[in-house]
Design a protein around this ligand. Structure first.
Ligand code: DX5
Ligand code: ZN
Length: 218
């Protein structure tokens, strides 16, 4: 299914009102809810762990997309499965044996995604493409919302779509996605768009056009 999916990141939501914020984005048409887990080690910021993610679960009616920016990963997989993740994405830079990590996620029956930082070459996932459901291309350096889109992500998306060929693998683009930057990555072959600050401004949902019908029609 290559229809465009919009996955607002609750990193830019009001941290005191996650339940209401998740309801608001889903009411306005979000396809997935993107949860940014940061450990203050793999990335220089700290967000929430499995207990909080589990508390989000009953509020998520769509699909809970958990982006782990943590290292190591393997010992935490079970906790995020138990928290109710539908998809778990881990960074290729975060585990020595990322293939094992992907196998471990798939073995739980959940969907598995692998993520690349902006400077990490596509070749690092070439031999994983038969084993994952999604590749997440970071178009900012992970750690914070509200950063500027790194333009090389467009060409990277195009090359990745070629590498994927006819495999059923989603391409998710994450970082600096706005109504201005989204069309180029969609044209290049991305089908899941994460948007944080473009959707949530000042703690409330303010930019429904980011995940509105016009965006999905791209
Ligand atoms: C960055 C996170 C992103 C972030 C995107 O480390 O992985 O999901 O929330 O935020 P924006 O859309 O503001 O770049
Ligand atoms: Zn993310």
């Amino acid at each position: 299914d290559r229809s465009i999916k919009i996955a607002p990141s609750i990193l830019s939501a009001d941290f005191a009102n996650f339940g209401a914020e998740i309801r608001a984005i889903e009411d306005q048409g979000a396809d997935w809810v993107h949860i940014d887990v940061m450990d203050n080690h793999f990335v220089p910021n700290l967000t929430f762990g499995p207990q909080a993610v589990k508390a989000f679960r009953p509020h998520v009616k769509t699909f809970m997309d958990v982006h782990l920016m943590i290292s190591p990963v393997d010992a935490s997989i079970e906790a995020y499965v138990d928290a109710g993740a539908d998809m778990i994405t881990a960074h290729v830079e975060a585990e020595w044996h990322i293939h094992r990590t992907m196998q471990a996620i798939k073995a739980t029956g959940k969907m598995a995604g692998v993520s690349l930082n902006p400077a990490t070459p596509l070749e690092s996932v070439e031999y994983l493409l038969d084993d994952v459901d999604m590749v997440l291309l970071m178009t900012v350096n992970p750690g914070y919302g509200g950063q500027k889109f790194i333009q090389s992500g467009v060409e990277k998306t195009r090359r990745l779509r070629e590498m994927i060929g006819d495999r059923p693998v989603h391409i998710q683009v994450d970082g600096g996605v706005t109504p201005e930057t989204a069309p180029a990555v969609v044209e290049a072959g991305a089908d899941v768009l994460v948007a944080g600050s473009a959707v949530f401004k000042g703690g409330s949902v303010e930019a429904p056009e980011v995940y509105g019908a016009n965006m999905k029609a791209l």
